[in-house]
Design a protein around this ligand. Structure first.
Ligand SMILES: *Cc1c(COP(=O)(O)O)cnc(C)c1O
Length: 425
């Protein structure tokens, strides 16, 4: 394999990368197969919703009768096999989309039951695990969680027991977030959905689908979840959405979320698209293919860093349900070098050196590498990790495998240069 000579990777690293890429041929073929079918699914959704170039025209002010906004909701609903969708550039992050859904569904006295241990770090304050102004706890909403079993997987017996208390919402986070646990497959989500329907059919089963979209051939909604949400600067925005979030699911539930996002009564009928319709539609159209590139990048990184003696999760040949790759270092120095290497291999802000800092919403100091066209976009190659045991980098994204590989090799080279690799290449 050839690299543009000015990148200056050591010959040993290039030889290793060659060997690694050879063994990935069948993995890449499987990723191509899935992204082909998902691309066709999205293509079909565009046609069945009669998307037209007139939908690219944006509105301002109240945004009444924004035809583009309406068709985007229909396309998302069609592609995700949901009754309805709420896709808005003014949902400002994945956390905002999840928060909108939590406050949209839950009422004082209700209980939220998380069935895959504690959710993503930014939700701590939303739930009110620590006293926080405006949290669900302040509104009298209770929270409970079921721990994972010893293998780090869903504990179905414990979930069944907890469901006997008939929680208003059953909450499941598909991707691992900043936890050291495997991500949850759509087949497992189907099992939880069956259990909810049997033991507590009135509960709303809500899935945090961040980083999971288009990784498998079906999505949680198709397998029995009532509602799911995610971020548009991750998979479904296809790197072209400049901001935004989505919520899809049963029509009544989506409406409640819309009433929370804008106002009771106005719901989905207001909200100017401000010229974002084309980006959202085009990004969604590219999303399955972009997700495929991110998956290839993750698998390549896993294979390469395993050969360099680091622990990776998932392993390179494990089945996958999200685009996140965890490289576990067990000490801070290689985590910092790794993130700095990823940053130096980016197209944007390659000259910047990331350092750990106390980010708003997070508990520990976090180091983040992100050279992206859209600020904070993690469908573009990015790596981050909290400075705490086990000092793991969470790496994701890569919109073009060919150049994302430069990012991965830059991280590997930085670890070599800093003397942090113990294996002889
Ligand atoms: C990214 C992510 C979120 C939301 O994060 P934002 O940075 O607010 O978009 C929530 N849950 C999981 C599992 C995530 O990966």
């Amino acid at each position: 394999m050839e690299y543009y000579y000015k990148f200056d990777f050591s010959p040993e690293l290039v030889r290793l990368a060659d060997r690694v890429e050879e063994k990935l041929v069948p993995r890449f073929a499987e990723i191509d197969r899935i992204s082909k079918i998902n691309s066709q699914k999205v293509h079909y959704a565009f046609r069945s919703c009669a998307v037209s170039d007139t939908h690219f025209v944006g509105t301002t002010g109240y945004g009444y009768d924004d035809r583009g906004r309406t068709v985007i909701d229909r396309v998302y609903a069609a592609a995700f096999c949901a009754e309805d969708a709420l896709v808005r550039h003014f949902m400002l992050s994945g956390t905002h989309a999840l928060t909108t859904a939590l406050f949209g569904i839950l009422r004082p006295g209700d209980t939220m039951l998380s069935v895959a241990a504690k959710p993503y770090d930014t939700l701590d304050k939303v739930i009110g695990l620590r006293p926080t102004c405006g949290s669900l706890a302040e509104f009298g909403i209770r929270y409970a969680q079921v721990e994972l079993n010893e293998a780090g997987r869903l504990d179905f017996d414990a979930i069944e027991q907890a469901l006997a208390s008939h929680p208003t919402m059953v909450y499941l986070q598909r991707s691992r977030g900043y936890a050291v646990r495997p991500s949850i497959f759509v087949d497992e989500i189907r099992e939880v959905a069956r259990l909810v329907k049997r033991v507590s059919p009135e509960s709303v089963f809500f899935v945090d689908n961040c980083y999971g979209e288009f990784v498998e051939l079906s999505e949680p909604i198709e397998t029995g979840a009532d509602l799911m949400a995610g971020s548009l600067i991750k998979n479904p925005g296809g790197s072209m959405a400049e901001c935004g979030g989505y919520i899809v699911g049963r029509e009544k539930l989506v409406q409640r979320c819309a009433y929370r996002l804008t106002t009771p009564g106005q719901g989905k009928d207001v909200g100017p698209s401000l010229g974002q319709n084309r980006n959202l539609l085009r990004g969604f159209y590219f999303a399955p293919s972009i997700t495929g590139n991110a998956l290839k990048t993750a698998v390549f990184a896993a294979a390469l860093f395993e050969e360099m003696g680091f622990e990776c999760s998932p392993r390179w040949n494990d089945p996958r349900t999200d685009i996140v790759e965890q490289v576990i270092f067990h000490r801070p120095e290689p985590l910092i070098s790794f993130c700095q290497g990823i940053q130096s291999g980016s197209a944007i802000d390659s000259f910047v050196r990331p350092e750990p800092w106390a980010m708003p919403g997070y508990t520990n100091e976090v180091i983040m590498a992100a050279g992206a066209f859209v600020q904070g976009s993690s469908i573009e190659l990015s790596a981050d990790g909290p400075l705490r045991e086990p000092y793991a980098a969470y790496m994701q994204g890569g919109i073009i495998y060919d150049t994302a590989q430069i990012g991965i090799l830059s991280a590997a080279q930085k670890l070599l240069d800093d003397g942090l690799v113990e294996v002889r290449l």
